[in-house]
Write a protein that binds this ligand. Sequence first.
Ligand code: GUN
Ligand code: ZN
Length: 482
Amino acid sequence: MPPIFEITHKDICGRIGRLETRHGTIETPTIMPVVNPNIRTIKPSEMRKFGAQIIITNSYIIYRKPQLRERALSEGLHSLIGFDGPIMTDSGSFQLSVYGEVEVNNRQIVQFQQEIGSDIGVPLDIPTPPDVSWERAESELAITIEREKEALELKNDMLLAAPVQGSSFPELRERAGRELSGADFDLYPLGAVVPLMESYRYADLVDVIVASKKGLSPAAPVHLFGAGHPMMFALAVALGCDLFDSASYALYAKEGRYMTVRGTYHLDKLQYLPCSCPVCSSTDAEELIKSDNREELLARHNLYATFAEMREVKQAIKEGSLWELVEQRCRTHPRLLDGLRRALSYSEWIEQFQQAPRATFFYSGPESALRPEVVRFRKRLRNFRLDGRVLIRAKRLEIDEDFDHVLEFKAPFGAYPVELKETYPFNAEVADEPDHEALTVALQNTLALMELNPGTEFTFVYEKEHPLMTHMGQKAKLVNFQ
Ligand code: GUN
Ligand code: ZN
């Protein structure tokens, strides 16, 4: 049997993939708009126009309401919802986490999803919130995994998702990922992350994603449950999330909120509409604020903005510029910047996946100095065997002396063989004036290189003063080129 999920392009840990379902193949990363079977601001049949390839709805809401249940059983889920592409169904776990109980058990809700013809079904996992005790997280995880394995015994041709839980304990997330990865599931949603996103705990979210991914197979498709704000897609995709779902476009619209990749505006505070989607190009801020139809128009704009960003992310993967996009997007909000910094603390882990050729390294701020390429270079310094007299210089300059090796100094890397000048990542586009962080990392790497080659005589032609230059003076002859 061909694989259900096939990865075709990669950048960082992000990928473009193809996921096969009974109602067609979808290209990931993508977002599944949440369709509420009771309330419809936007008709599911219109969803494709926005870019939706697959939608998600809640089977428990259908199950609980007799009219909906009967129709779903007799005419099928696709006809009930009015969408002929793939439909994923959630199980009622979210209601379980909000109301503490549901009137259905795991076996019943899994079978119901199969009977109504869902393309991807979800067992009744327990979404353990962050910050609970280890004991609670561990015992609820055990029940979740037991239910997921029970669902596997019922497996037919409906694809089966196995949510990864474990609260805010990376050890539990990783263990859950590893245990579930060994079984025959088709999709792995990372669960109970909504509370983290609602409180802007992006650094903790990064921990959850990375821990779960460490346990899961790199070939498995991963869904970030309940993530729908476009400003965080680049970061989550870069860490290996393939599917997103969101009710945000509608929930935000209800509260008069206008989504952009730079964050969310309250419509009443907008004087201009910074978007050219069909909604925004046919009205203006004043008219939209006064419109009787403003909730629906806002939901439409929010959905257009959401899909536009996903296309931007996919383009970045294809051209190998996802890091640059992540760094830009994470400047949207300081807490998202915390998320980026946490992601960079996993540079060594990320580095093992980052094999594909990339576009030119663009230095876009202090965080770039901690990117995996820089970490990798640092690790490889020990491969450079130097002897005799070595010149390290930032600019070409005439020196009437012979050297055995000439190294070029470039922040944030440090000193590297001049022959590699035109190759990745040393062909990086960097600022003429390196910032303090880039210079610090570059000087640290250069010092490390000198320490690895103690018998060598170094001459370092430098331009910018820095506290580390005193230390450098003990290892090399310094020439200030000003
Ligand atoms: N929707 C948002 N979070 C979750 C989760 O953890 N599990 C399920 N089943 N649905 C969700
Ligand atoms: Zn718009």
